[in-house]
Design a protein around this ligand. Structure first.
Ligand code: PEP
Length: 256
């Protein structure tokens, strides 16, 4: 069975005290995890080591960075390299979140460099893709995702791609309270899985975890997480309170 993942993306939120409470409460209230499920806290850079220390003895929990530099090292003030993250033993990092694409102008070339930096340092990218609202209303959404796949993750060789987790996040659903319907999510996840089979092979398609993101919450998680090609969620708003994040973790736990 593919790994099931519930990943909380905190974005630029929480003080250190709030961060500690959120992690501790989540750990205390979550069910005991088996091997099939991984829960990830994607926290701001300054909290990575604290988060790692707090979850150290808790099976089924880990941390992710939200970003890394597209450069290897050197005179890039304010940047954090993939090798720095590796030296802290951070296992995952988000790449290509729509906020990075849209607010920080990260294009396919930059994102491909980030993917390579992470993979060279043995960090698994959680690579995000998603269409804009107009792409959906123009019925253009499959082409948009296909282009993102081909210009970014599909440039990786088979062995590198095998370390990638995909998050499909329709941009119109992020932070809007308007999640993709079950039909919309399943259609896209199945499409992505078929594209992986065509690019690599069916074994790769079968083993790749594809997460859904975009206004996923305690009310809609069961429906979304039970879809054939949805292997979990990348959660923004609902990961900022332990009560809702634990509900999402527990929903996945009850399903698998
Ligand atoms: C996100 O930012 O990745 C996200 C899915 O946010 P939200 O859950 O708040 O829509």
């Amino acid at each position: 069975m593919r790994l099931k993942i519930v990943a909380g993306n905190w974005k630029m939120n929480n003080s250190i005290e709030e961060a500690q409470h959120l992690i501790n409460n989540t750990l205390e209230q979550s069910p005991k995890m088996g091997l099939n499920q991984l829960n990830i806290f994607a926290v701001p850079f300054p909290y990575l080591m604290m988060a790692k220390t707090l979850i150290a003895q808790n099976d089924g929990f880990t941390v992710a960075a939200q970003n890394c530099s597209s450069y290897e090292k050197g005179a890039y003030t304010g940047e954090v390299s993939a090798s720095m993250l590796a030296s802290l033993k951070i296992p995952f990092c988000l790449v290509g979140h729509s906020e990075r694409r849209n607010l920080f102008n990260e294009n396919a070339a930059i994102l491909y460099n980030k993917l390579n930096q992470l993979l060279l340092n043995n960090i698994s990218p959680i690579w995000c893709c998603g269409e804009q609202f107009e792409d959906r209303t123009n019925h253009n959404y499959l082409d948009v995702i296909s282009k993102q796949l081909n210009n970014e993750v599909f440039k990786l060789d088979r062995s590198s791609f095998s370390k990638v987790i995909i998050a499909y996040e329709p941009v119109w659903a992020i932070g809007t309270g308007l999640n993709a319907s079950a039909e919309q999510a399943q259609e896209m996840h199945q499409f992505i899985r078929n594209e992986i089979a065509t690019k690599y092979d069916s074994e790769m398609a079968e083993q790749t975890s594809i997460l859904y993101g975009g206004s996923c919450n305690a009310d809609n998680a069961k429906q979304l997480f039970s879809l054939t090609d949805v292997d979990g969620g990348l959660i923004g708003g609902a990961s900022l309170q332990s009560e809702s994040f634990v509900k999402l973790i527990s929903t996945m736990h009850e399903l698998y």
